[in-house]
Every structure is written in C-alpha cells, then in structure tokens.
Design a protein around this ligand. Structure first.
Ligand code: AMP
Ligand code: MN
Ligand code: MN
Length: 321
C-alpha cells in the first residue's frame, strides 16, 4: 500500500472533500489541504456538499470551496468523514468509484472506506493529521495554513477544554501559533461570538430542556429554527453548554431540519462512550462527542434516542460520576 505522501505526490488533479454539515475541523482541514497541494504544484478542487457556514469564512481559502465539483480527478482525499455517505452529494460515486481514495480521519467509528485509510482515533482533530502530512511532504507552514489548521484543533477541543485535549494537540497548536496563527482571534470567532438571534434561540431551547436520569436533552423544532438565522456552529456550542449540566452524564440535542430529517448531537462525560449509540443509528463520532441523522418524525427520534441512551447508562452502571 502506498503511503499518504506517495498518493499525493503521484497525483496531479486532486479532489478534496469534507463531510456535510461541516464544522471547523472539516473546513480547516479542507482549506489547508488546498494551500498545501497548490504549494506542491498540484491542481486542487475543494468541495463540501453544504455551503461553508459564515463563521468559518475567515479561514483563508474557504472562498474556493464548491458544493458540486466538476472535472476529472486522479485522486480523491476525504477529510474528517467517518463514512462515504457523510460526504453527501459532493462525492459522485458514479463518476469517482474508480478513482483512488485517501481517507484521512480521526473518528473511532470510521468505516475504512478508502483505498488507503489513515485513521487515528487518538488524534484530537483531523487538522493535526493534515499538519503531519504537510511535514511529510516538505511543505512550509504559512500563516494561512496555520490559521486553517489551528481552527480545526480549537474547534474539536472546544478551545482545549474537552477530554481529547492532549500533549499532541497542544504541541501542534504551539507550532501553528509560532507559524502565524492568532489563537485568541480564532477562539473568539469559533467559540465565543454568536449572533443575537442565536443567543435568543439558545434561551428558547434551554427554557424547555429536560433533565431525566442523568440525561439532559432539548429539541429544536424546524419552526423555531426558521425564526432566526441560526447555524449549526452555534448549535454545537449549545450542546456543549448542555453537557455542562452537573447532574447529567449525557447531553442530547435534537435539531429538526427543514427537509424533515432530524440531526442528533450526543455528548458524554469520560467513562460513558456515546460513539456506539451513534454508529448503531447510522452515524458516528468519538467516545465523548457523536451524532447521527434520521429521516423520522422528531418525537419518534427523541423516544428512540433516549431509550438507547438510557440502556447505555444502565449498562455502564456507576463506573464513574
Ligand atoms: P456534532 O454533534 O454534530 O457536533 O457531531 C459530533 C461528532 O459526531 C462529530 O465528530 C461528527 O463528525 C460526528 N457526527 C455527527 N453526525 C454524524 C453523522 N450523521 N454521521 C457520522 N458522524 C456524525
Ligand atoms: Mn467534523
Ligand atoms: Mn474532527
């Protein structure tokens, strides 16, 4: 099997993809890879099935990200996605099935769908893997690349506060700051700032949150969403806030989309692994942060998910607090 470096060096027209409903790690890795590939003289097309959320557009190079890539490619690179369907319509299987695929990811639930799979569940972010790839390829870390990659680390560790924060994440961050990334500016844009409409939406959702048997949960019906310009980034902050409830071991946020599908976000304390529940529902994630999407009515998704979480907590007993 070729190494990831050999795959990149052997290709010329490269399609780089990240998952739908993108977060800062997916978009940061995607934009950084664009800069890295162009530094090597490669043709890079960057795509994500959903538009880049406004909060991530400060990362240099995100304006080049398209939703439906066109052209011929001799390599596809998937970033931060644990399965092929999660790439959405940006991956046209009819056209790309015969093109080699390099799968770079850090989800413990990754289905190893690539020709070559570089999956490190112990890495706090996919952006750290992209940094190592840049090093392996001899590409200099410019301030633009550093800003994109540090954004992924800050996002996936929520500013170095989640249990996946480790020495490797801190050391990568130190290098990226030295290379020109502004860490407080990135943290403010990704984690602190939100529109007034989103702040009000948090209030509406929190006002009807429930706490039952160690599970805190809340729902966002599509009707509530429609009244604000709320985006998914603000909602990842909301589920993190819910996960701060002292009495809870698991936090769940249900979000009904306009197309009727329901996105479910799960968070847990160390010792409770929610990635298996997400995987069983067709999604994926990490032990302490996972998610899935179901095309079922909101009330049914709530009932099904809460039953699965209750069974998980019963199984994990009182192993920890
Ligand atoms: P979220 O709750 O959307 O912030 O996602 C938490 C974690 O679960 C992230 O690592 C996501 O990549 C993963 N995740 C969320 N939804 C899905 C899904 N539908 N399929 C696979 N992984 C998901
Ligand atoms: Mn992601
Ligand atoms: Mn990630």
């Amino acid at each position: 099997m070729p190494t990831p470096e050999q795959m990149v060096l052997g290709a010329n027209r490269i399609l780089v993809l990240c998952h739908t409903s993108p977060d800062g790690d997916g978009i940061g890795a995607l934009a950084a890879m664009g800069h890295i590939l162009r530094a090597l003289g490669k043709q890079a097309t960057l795509a994500c099935a959903d538009p880049v959320p406004r909060e991530y557009r400060f990362m240099p190079g995100t304006d080049a990200i398209v939703q439906r890539p066109e052209g011929e490619f001799d390599l596809v690179i998937s970033l931060d996605s644990s399965d092929l369907p999660r790439l959405g319509e940006a991956y046209d299987a009819a056209k790309l099935a015969h093109v080699p695929l390099l799968n770079i990811d850090h989800h413990i639930t990754n289905l190893n769908f690539g020709t070559v799979n570089w999956v490190e569940p112990n890495s706090a972010s996919t952006c750290q893997l992209v940094l190592r790839l840049a090093d392996g390829l001899g590409v200099e870390i410019t301030p633009e690349i550093a800003t994109c990659l540090l954004s992924g680390i800050v996002m996936d560790t929520r500013g170095f506060t989640t249990p996946n924060t480790d020495l490797a994440a801190l050391r990568a961050a130190e290098r990226l700051v030295a290379a020109g990334a502004n860490i407080s500016d990135i943290a403010r844009k990704l984690l602190v700032q939100r529109p007034f409409s989103m702040t009000k939406l948090w209030g509406d959702v929190l006002a009807q949150a429930h706490l039952e048997d160690g599970v805190v949960w809340a729902s966002l019906p599509a009707s509530l969403m429609a009244q604000s310009d709320a985006s998914a980034n603000g909602l990842s902050g909301l589920v993190a806030f819910l996960a701060g409830v002292e009495e809870a071991r698991v936090a769940v946020l249900f979000r009904e989309r306009n197309d009727g599908r329901v996105e479910v976000s799960l968070r847990s304390v160390p010792g409770v692994d929610v990635s298996g529940v997400a995987l069983a529902m067709g999604g994926g994630g990490h032990p302490q942060a996972a998610g899935f999407t179901l095309a079922e009515p909101l009330a049914d998704v709530e009932a099904k998910t809460l039953a699965a979480v209750r069974a998980l907590l019963k199984g994990s007993g009182q192993a920890d607090g």
